[in-house]
Design a binder for this molecule. Structure first.
Ligand SMILES: NC(=O)c1ccc[n+]([C@@H]2O[C@H](COP(=O)([O-])OP(=O)(O)OC[C@H]3O[C@@H](n4cnc5c(N)ncnc54)[C@H](O)[C@@H]3O)[C@@H](O)[C@H]2O)c1
Ligand SMILES: O=C(O)C(=O)C[C@]1(C(=O)O)C=C[C@@H](O)C=C1
Length: 266
């Protein structure tokens, strides 16, 4: 596999963009960034050139443009980019936690000569804080002509020991709706219930408190995106019925128990 030092431009330099950038710099790649917030001061000691001007960022001869914006803002961010400033064919990679939505948008707005790689690192600043060994990296080569640049980019994750999994965007969204989305939904529900560690925690309850704590460290925008931009997620929460939509799971269980034992309630 060919691997060389890439010039990578990060769009959206929030928590996850910064997390990825640290490893990419460690590997010897050249990083640039642009974001809604001015991160010039944060970028300076990291050796990252920060662009306030998106046109200048696009003109900066990037091999890869790495899209790390929130799921909710992707459409707005892409439509505000002056893509005609791109000097040459560029590989666009997104890392959004849903996959059909960015795939569809990128195909729609990017120039035909741009390659598209849709990815989802199934880890973040919490789960990947001690390295990426054995953590899963999902990707779909949506439109790749320059295989060399694409393999060099994938090598960033493979060389850190990630479990590389090629999968269609649709398949990813189906599976993630039944796994990651449910995890975040339950974590957020536990936060609403305001659960707290007690002196008599069982192991199970301890896991719930941990789940609540890790879930709320991710932004509410991230959770909203998992729900609003994965068509399979909605099916996990609502039962579709001719008379309308009814909530699944927890409420059903509560009603089942209340109905069965209503006579013994005090
Ligand atoms: N945090 C994780 O562990 C993790 C892991 C894998 C993938 N991701 C994905 O990475 C992306 C970034 O995640 P994050 O954790 O940094 O938090 P996030 O999803 O809240 O996104 C924050 C980023 O979006 C940008 N943004 C938000 N609203 C914007 C707007 N209106 N206009 C322009 N930019 C806007 C911010 O500037 C920031 O760069 C998301 O798409 C997320 O799904 C996150
Ligand atoms: O490790 C973290 O910080 C995370 O929150 C990672 C986490 C998750 O565990 O759900 C969050 C969002 C991503 O889409 C993938 C993984």
């Amino acid at each position: 596999m060919s691997t060389w030092s890439l010039k990578i431009g990060v769009v959206g330099f929030g928590s996850f963009g910064q997390f990825l950038a640290k490893t990419m710099i460690k590997q010897g790649h050249t990083l640039r960034a642009t974001s809604r917030t001015d991160y010039s001061l944060l970028c300076l000691p990291m050796g990252i050139q920060f662009f306030r001007d998106v046109a200048a960022f696009l003109e900066a001869d990037n091999d890869v443009i790495l899209v790390c914006t929130s799921i909710l803002s992707l459409s707005e961010v892409l439509s505000s980019m002056p893509l005609t400033c791109l000097k040459r064919s560029t590989l666009f990679v997104d890392v959004l936690s849903v996959k059909e939505h960015p795939r569809n948008l990128l195909i729609k707005v990017l120039p035909e000569e741009s390659d598209i790689l849709c990815t989802h690192p199934m880890f973040g600043p919490d789960s990947g804080k001690d390295g990426w060994q054995d953590l899963t990296f999902v990707y779909d080569k949506v439109r790749i002509r320059d295989e060399a640049i694409c393999s060099s980019f994938l090598h960033i994750f493979a060389s850190e020991g990630c479990r590389m999994l090629q999968m269609s965007c649709e398949e990813h969204d189906k599976i993630a709706a039944k796994s990651q989305f449910i995890t975040h939904t339950i974590g957020r529900t536990l936060a609403e219930m305001d659960i707290k560690s007690t002196p008599i925690d069982t192991k199970g309850f301890h896991s719930l408190v941990q789940l609540k704590d890790t879930t709320i460290r991710d932004s509410f925008d991230l959770y909203s995106g998992l729900f609003l931009h994965n068509r399979f997620a909605v099916q996990e929460v609502w039962n579709c019925h001719p008379d309308g939509y009814f909530p699944k799971y927890s409420i059903h269980y509560c009603l089942l128990v209340l109905g069965k034992y209503r006579h013994s309630l005090y």
